[in-house]
Design a protein around this ligand. Structure first.
Ligand code: ATP
Length: 345
């Protein structure tokens, strides 16, 4: 069997009283774009730093490509890390920055420069080699950091919120580029983010972290469509849970269920309710949020609880939207879109 790019077993890390990582088991496949997603303080950065070798685990084992590296120094692991602040050398040119990892490895000068230029071309920065970091935009600096990470062709690239400092438009553009680049170079990427949309957009698989543990590992679709816990259901996507009494009244079953807002159709209260395979719930529109392409309706159900429904603005005008508030509606969705989520807490 092929070994995993990264294998973590029983990984723990405490800082004094704080347990940052509380027993993590994880296998990341070779060539995968893998994201570690979770709220601030959930331990994802610490896991990344443990993989890189910047921290030593309190307990557990780290294997990279089948090799136990738990006690090895960072430079003894075939890994490169890209940080949010890029960590470029301001006094060096772009080319010198990118060539730097090769200089440390004593690669001859001519080869260094050739490979630095190649790496700059990969991130679409040909012709920028003579500039200094201060003469670049944020997005360009980010690309220089990436080129420097790729130049030595590490087996594994660790990225700690690398797009965090960019504005939204640039961020979205870089998400697409980064994913394309990863596919092209075929290096395993391990990407830390607290932004669920970013993780869904770029990843082959995602691990969702909470309080130093992993709650679920899966493809973006698995995580979104089949959240394993209420925490995953509410952290990834809009939280939309039917619980207890409300679940029993609407679905005829006890428990906690997640219904994604875009799966819900908003009908007139008087609409025909016996669509086979569907369930419905009537309620009153409490809040309306106009989002341009869609409108978000928060509906207080007669059965108890509140659900969010997302409507495409096919023929809706901003005026119609305002008139929604206080109206009575019937929400309808296919039974399979009410996903049972086992209560973890
Ligand atoms: P963020 O998105 O804010 O970076 P995170 O999910 O990456 O959060 P970590 O940075 O891994 O979380 O932190 C996990 C926990 O460990 C937090 O409670 C944090 O305060 C603590 N922690 C991390 N590094 C240290 C350290 N060097 N010393 C003490 N506590 C630390």
């Amino acid at each position: 069997m092929e070994s995993s790019a990264v294998r973590l077993r029983g990984l723990r890390k405490s800082f004094g009283e704080t347990t940052a990582v509380d027993g993590v088991d994880l296998d990341i496949r070779d060539g995968e774009f893998f994201s570690m997603l979770g709220p601030s303080g959930s331990g994802k950065t610490t896991v990344l730093r443990l993989i890189a070798g910047f921290e030593t685990p309190t307990a557990g084992r780290i294997e990279l490509a089948g090799r136990d590296v738990t006690r090895l120094a960072p430079f003894e692991r075939d890994v490169h890390t890209v940080f949010q602040d890029y960590a470029l050398f301001p006094h060096m040119t772009v080319e010198q920055n990118v060539a730097y990892p090769l200089k440390i490895r004593r690669v001859p000068r001519a080869e260094r420069l050739a490979r630095a230029r190649e790496a700059l071309a990969e991130v679409r920065l040909d012709g920028f080699g003579r500039r200094r970091p201060a003469q670049l935009s944020g997005g360009q600096r980010q690309r220089v950091a990436l080129a420097r990470a790729l130049v030595g062709r590490p087996r594994l690239l660790l990225l700690d919120e690398p797009l965090g400092a960019l504005d939204l438009k640039l961020r979205e553009q870089m998400q697409v580029e980064l994913k394309a680049l990863q596919r092209e170079v075929g290096i395993t990427f391990v990407f830390v983010t607290h932004d669920q949309e970013e993780a869904l957009t770029m990843s082959d698989r995602i691990a969702v972290f909470r309080q130093g543990r992993i709650e679920q590992v899966g493809t973006p679709a698995e995580i979104y469509e089949r959240p394993a816990t209420p925490f995953v259901a509410s952290f990834v996507g809009t939280s939309n849970l039917l619980r207890g009494e409300a679940a029993r009244r609407v679905l005829g079953e006890e428990g906690t269920y997640s219904v994604r807002p875009e799966k819900i159709r908003v009908l007139k209260e008087s609409a025909d309710a016996d669509d086979p395979g569907h369930v419905c719930a009537v309620g009153t529109v409490a809040e309306v949020v106009y989002l341009g392409d869609t409108t978000r309706l928060l509906v207080d159900l007669d059965a108890g609880g509140r659900l969010t429904a997302l409507q495409q603005n096919l023929e809706t005008s901003a005026e119609d939207v305002a008139a929604y508030r206080g109206t009575r509606v019937r929400l309808q969705w296919h039974r399979r879109h009410a996903v049972r989520v086992p209560d973890s807490d």
